[in-house]
Design a protein around this ligand. Sequence first.
Ligand code: CP
Length: 324
Amino acid sequence: MTQIPADYRWPHKHLLGLEGLSADDLRFILQTARGFEDVSTRSVKKVPVLRGKVMANLFFEDSTRTRMSFELAANRMSADVLNFSSKGSSVSKGETLTDTARTIEAMGIDVCVLRHHLSGAAEQLSRRVKCSVVNAGDGQHEHPTQGLLDIFTLCKRFNRDDFDMTGLTVAIVGDIAHSRVARSNVHGLLKLGAQVILVGPPTLLPRSFADLGCELSHHLDSVIPRVDAINTLRVQFERISGQAFPSLREYATFYGLTARRLANAKPTALVMHPGPMNRGVEIDSAVADGPRSTYLEQVANGLAVRMAVLFLVTNAKPVEPATP
Ligand code: CP
């Protein structure tokens, strides 16, 4: 049984990625999320833990799941929420990210949740504002709450109550190169002991991931029988310059998750997708809506995970130096 040390204290004011977190940090977020799950089952789905705090959702890129999930998570904890979308804002008049964030911060916010098309935007913003910053997806870099909710889903399904994932093998399939979801999953899964196999066409699978400890493969059919979960990624057409593969039909032929392909998986193997899906490209509807699929469970789990993250970053206390 893996235990979080008794003297562990959450030390982070921001959540910028999973790369910079320790295994204990990850376990502590997931354990805190487990404590918040119950709130969504009550008749009054609200607790007062963030009463008086203000969260600003700053979305410079489109989102359905992440934005709504953060808003509901903040509402469930009684925080006030400001929603900003770059469309229809003064960004069209040339206002920068920093000026936008500082303007909203001047209204008195405690945490801003940022989605931005630039990799590193959340880290940059965290240096320029006084409030906590939570990365809700920055370019191709990280999407830490998606990684956390994917891991939370896996741990629940495989009864890993201590969030030790040793012995589990997870395949992440598709457009790895442009995927912040893949990066956050890789960092989180490896730290918690899982084995990670990245699968995709050579043009979308950077060799550098092998240095992190991932196995790389271009052959989905040979990987499927070995894994406990297959996390299928959307092809991010909006981030691909040039032609990464000959045609969508060819991509689907080699990397699309079909019922026929999945027949070779372990009986217990799960199919995950962060959404939004390109049905018929990386995943067939029969699989997406089939009995192994967890994509709606992932959405539901995201709420507890985001409650935990908002709770922890807004209540972060500086770590006391160790007494000699
Ligand atoms: N998974 C995810 O980030 O979805 P959205 O883009 O809808 O937030």
